[in-house]
Design a binder for this molecule. Sequence first.
Ligand code: ADP
Length: 506
Amino acid sequence: MSDLLKGLNFQLLFDAAVDAMLLVDDKGMIIFANNPAQEMFGYTKEQLCELNVDALMPPRYAHHHQQHRQAYTQSPEKRAMGSGRPLVAMRKNGEEIQVDIGLSPIETDQQRYTLVTIYEAERRKQAEESFKTSEERLQLAKDAAGLGVFDFDSNQNVLHWDEKMRELWGAESEDSIIPNKRFITAIHPDDRAARQASLEVAINPKGNGEYSAEYRVINPATQVERWVSAIGRMHFEDGVATRLVGVARDITEQKLLEKKLQEQRAETESISQQMVAAHTASAIAHELNQPLAAISAYSEVALHALQTNTHYSDNLKRALEGCVEQAQRAGGSLHELLAFLQKGDLIVARFDLNDAVKEALNIARGSGYVEFHPLLQLEENMPEVIGNKIQVQKILVNLLRNAVEAMRGARLKSSAIKVEVRTNAASNMAHVSVQDNGPGLEAEIAKRIFEPFFTTKTSGIGMGLAISRALTEANGGQLWLEPNTETGTNIGATFHFTLPFATQGA
Ligand code: ADP
């Protein structure tokens, strides 16, 4: 240690200081000055060492200063000069400068000295100004963004919060500290668990400490609910989470808008399904009218033949043959009708099936079907398929919607929907499966689900799967329910559909 310090001397240390320093004896004579002092006052060090400190004051203060200096020598202590008031010093060229001065007594056996440190007040002021400006800027930005700031201290279990936070929480008191328990009381009981889960993620020392949560806050006085989005970062000490600093903002309007949009989308979807249903119903009525009328006429003939017993077998045979023929015609009409529904102006193109699946998941979510975890198993580097992408997405959205509706209300451990995209080796087609965790299908129901208008839902139309099957076939593929779920085992339902790959150059 002493070796290291050998080369250092008093003057070197003195000169290394950033601030101007003078060593003054008890008569006020300067006996040592450093480089910054030389620069500040415009004297050389040698010149300074011939001066009394009083000479560094404007003459009008010099006398006063002398008295102060003498009083200081009576009771020397470490303190700031001028009790915080700005002081004036004078450069060699007579220019006056505002300064802050610190005094520290140094005593040796023989002498008493004072170490005088001089700071240019302008520099301090500038630093203060720029700090104030940046603080003001921050405040302005915070206000403009409507942000409240919070600082949670987990050791004390209290939260420091600003005015905006108090306003969001509807707090009556202006205390800048609130016990954590009281802070949580205002959070909607249904949202506390989710918030706690986000907090636990942030508390985990293995994570990145990021905190993000959305929850409702109930104003204790008015009972009005507001949605709040809070983000922050956890601070750790020795691996223990100690402090969470973050910002919160009111997102009620945004949430209302989202809800309205979702309702609108759901409404549009339901209206379009109702329209399809209405069109289909009227088309079916039209197509079936004639065969039904014929069946009715043949039946009357058959009845009449039975009643009158005339030409019994011949007439009856002909009437029954007519019934069979008309019934088959009715069946044919239905088939044609579905084929017509799927036809339209089918525009086909090559597309990436994995992309279509991801987009369909977003469409389903955007339509209000949000309560599921998608488990995607997508085959990489799969060739493109050919078909009408919008129709394929419609099939997927229908399957996802059915899966979510089947899982809603059922007491589920997991609300996962597995969507798998792979190549079906047997048919050399792209193969998509959608597997849910819902209650599955009873065998009797499974038999009928592709029939138009078959539904087990109170608000269902029963056209989703009929249309989806028609659309899949129009795109050159097939749609089916996995046979083992048809036995009604409670393992959820798995639907599959296939699509042709685009051939080279198609
Ligand atoms: P809707 O959804 O209007 O009822 P769909 O044709 O889409 O019409 O479905 C017909 C019926 O098939 C549903 O009412 C339901 O009983 C059954 N179903 C469809 N998908 C599932 C599924 N994933 N899990 C259980 N049942 C299903």
